[in-house]
Design a protein. Structure first.
Length: 91
């Protein structure tokens, strides 16, 4: 298993922000799977207006989420970032 930093661009109305999530996974593809599994558990669905399969939209509002980047981390980077990045938070 390897450590990754998943950056997610999220937005609601005219507001946008980037959230950072530490993910331990077998590979980058599993990080993408984690993103979809976590957000599509009843809150988000695929965007019908965008061909990007990593762009999700809330079922009840205009809130969106999209993978901005996935970066592989060294153990030292993960140790430092884990002190400052909280666990996965869903809107």
């Amino acid at each position: 298993m390897e450590n990754y930093l998943l950056k997610v661009d999220e937005g609601a109305g005219n507001n946008s922000f980037t959230t950072n999530h530490l993910i331990t996974a077998k590979d980058r593809q599993m990080v993408k799977y984690h993103f979809h599994r976590t957000l599509k558990d009843g809150v988000y669905t695929d965007s019908q207006y965008d061909d990007n399969k990593h762009h999700l939209i809330s079922k009840w509002s205009s809130t969106t989420a999209e993978i901005a980047s996935i970066e592989k981390l060294t153990q030292t980077e993960e140790n430092i970032l884990s002190k400052f990045i909280n666990y996965w938070t869903k809107l």
